[in-house]
Write a protein that binds this ligand. Structure first.
Ligand code: PHE
Ligand code: ZN
Ligand code: ZN
Ligand code: ZN
Length: 290
């Protein structure tokens, strides 16, 4: 699996920071910094050869947009989706939450496009709007997706906050249907000597509407407002008694609010998962959830 470029991801975080700075300090739903973020991601994907869609929907905070990008080819009956929310809260630029997930998923998508690989399965990437308003973009996508297309999705993996400044490595454990992908993720961390913990995220991010439908989901989270314990600081380093992300949902969630080592590790994990599931054999036919 690939060694994805942390240099490119860092440059993308700076681009998202610059978008926020030029638009009143945030990239929030209904604000110009959000649309500018969506246009920026879409332009990168278009240039790389993806088939993209800007899916708009309305919220009480204004119009929002999902960016959906399909890589041409692969078995349309077996779709592997990878996503991240692109919006910030209005308090700040949202660089860890969720510039990191957005930039890492973008880098995986662009690296796939550049690799010249042919995938067994069909790869689709998504950048969701209005997660911070209550998972609205991912809910809108699933609600409007025809049943046959929902049934073609074999995995949705979600990346929301993957470069927290005082990081942990938390693997989602809230969907038994995703246990095989969850185990692939933990096996990757273990193989790299990175300790991990399960977290029952209880559907607190954009995988929730996929999970509710019965689709296998997994994901990773490097921690938010919760406090790192001394046991966690012993295994992961960082500072005990301090939040994983002290700038969670605050104006200080800037490019200074990133642990680059954690972000690089999680970037390579995401690359591993995308490459692994691109060629996963899901069997001869798609099995509709019951
Ligand atoms: N969805 C939360 C937010 O964006 C963060 C979160 C991510 C919480 C993953 C739990 C698990 O603010
Ligand atoms: Zn399938
Ligand atoms: Zn958030
Ligand atoms: Zn988030």
């Amino acid at each position: 699996s690939p060694d994805l470029s942390i240099t490119n991801v860092t440059a993308s975080l700076q681009a998202l920071q610059d978008i926020a700075t030029a638009n009143g300090g945030n990239r929030a739903t209904g604000r110009p910094g959000y649309k500018a973020s969506a246009d920026w991601v879409k332009a990168k994907l278009d240039a790389a050869g993806f088939t993209t869609q800007l899916q708009s929907f309305s919220t009480s905070s204004g119009t929002s947009y999902n960016v959906i990008a399909d890589w041409p080819g692969g078995d349309a009956e077996h779709v592997v989706m990878t996503g991240a929310h692109l919006d910030s809260v209005s308090a700040g630029p949202g660089i860890n939450d969720n510039g990191t997930g957005s930039a890492a998923v973008l880098e995986a998508a662009l690296a796939w496009a550049a690799s010249g690989n042919t995938a067994r399965n069909h790869l689709r990437f998504a950048w969701w709007g209005a997660e911070e308003q209550g998972l609205l973009g991912s809910n809108h996508y699933m609600r409007n997706l025809p049943t046959a297309d929902k049934d073609r999705i074999d995995l949705y993996q979600n990346y929301d906050m993957v470069g927290s400044p005082n990081p942990g490595y938390f693997v989602y454990d809230d969907n038994a249907a995703g246990n095989e992908a969850r185990d692939a993720m933990t096996a990757y961390y273990t193989s790299k000597g990175i300790p991990w913990e399960y977290i029952d995220v209880q559907g607190r991010s954009d995988h929730a509407s996929f999970r509710s439908y019965g689709i296998a989901t997994t994901g990773m989270y490097s921690g938010g407002e919760d406090i790192k314990t001394s046991a966690q600081a012993q295994k992961w380093g960082g500072t005990a008694g301090r939040a994983f992300d002290p700038c969670y949902h605050r104006s200080c969630d800037t490019t200074a609010n990133i642990n680059t080592t954690a972000l690089d590790r999680n970037l390579d994990m995401i690359g591993h998962m995308v490459w692994l599931y691109a060629d996963k054999d899901f069997g001869g036919t798609s099995v509709p959830p019951t």
